[in-house]
Design a protein around this ligand. Sequence first.
Ligand code: 5CA
Ligand code: ZN
Length: 412
Amino acid sequence: MITWAAPTIPALPGTGPTVRLHDATTGTLVEAASGPVASLYVCGITPYDSTHMGHAATYLAFDVLHRAWLDQGLEVRAASNVTDVDDPLLERATATGVDWRALAADQAAQFADDMAALAVLPPDVYVAVSECVPRLAQAVEQLLAAGAAYRVPTPGVAGPGDVYADLAADPAFGSVARLDEATMAALSAERGGDPDRPGKRNRLDPLLWRRGRPGEPAWEAGSLGRGRPGWHIECAVIALDGLGLPIDVQGGGSDLLFPHHEMSCSHARLLTTGAPPARVHTHAGMVGLEGQKMSKSLGNLVLVGRLRASGVSPSAIRLAVLAHHYRTDWDWTDGGLAHAVERLDRWRAAAARPAGPSGDRVLAQVRAALAEDLDTPRALAALDDWAVGEGDDASAPALFAATADALLGVRW
Ligand code: 5CA
Ligand code: ZN
């Protein structure tokens, strides 16, 4: 997939401290990168109804991590997928009478345009499912050959059946989210699983390959028969091929911890050495609207594109999001946006002064806040303090502006 133009990042003096992140598996703060090259996989969009503020908040959270890593002096390798072959997208295409490819292409372009406007650093590896079906089919065949997958007859379709992963083949299954059986069953049913499908060995076993039903997109895939890949295998293989395992950080929204990240890690382990595929699992909280999760299925969406079209600046959108700690669940409100617009005005005016309080100090405060689990509310408070403070540091206004731009992607 073609990504979007990278924002320019102003140079800052010195380097930032080591970034530590909350790991969902252990519940502790851990060093986010393991060496001079940090790798990040963020689960990408299913391209319809993009880009809503929940999507934006997730990608902004990991963009702040990306920026903090660069500031730390690390090289960053980032990868993302585009789930352009999946049930909800296909259902939407059918319901609206649009070809699924046209819907996906249109919405992926909207997403790229919004990400560029929001100054989100593009991933180095950006792959859509439709671009890698033969490779995904090969991974499914590998799992079948290893005895880690099995076939379930497909009603009404001749030839080999659908393929499911056999979770019993993976002794480490469950080690990512560490949930009990009942919670796993409930979440699986809610989030794309099919616990009641007859013929499965375990209710949680996830789909790896779905034989083509009439009217559905399908690819010829040798011994698997015509069909399409399941969801979790895409992220396992795109991360494995694009970044190599283990990656440092597996990211996405908190709705993906289970089953998606549990299953994609399970697939990745079984495709490789059995070692943990990601060192750290970190999730952005859910953005809601009037008390409900913002989601395509509920249709309660605030779209970045609509806000931009109404004249809201992308930096104000970034500030409205970054005012919340990335791991909390929060509601998008008009008041929150208005506050962000005011804050941006205050910062712009403060940076236009001939001098201000120490620039080195505010840079150090922002760096320290971000290094501690991306504490953007604390970083914003430090910048607020600078903006209302008095001082005679003539280089501070420029450093203040460069700090906001380089580390938070906020500019004026
Ligand atoms: N294509 C899959 C991931 S492989 C998917 O979940 N797509 S998505 O379009 O539904 O979501 C894209 C990203 O935004 C995911 O990381 C998801 O966790 C995140 N996300 C979705 N809704 C919200 C929300 N309301 N708040 C915060 N993040 C959200
Ligand atoms: Zn994913």
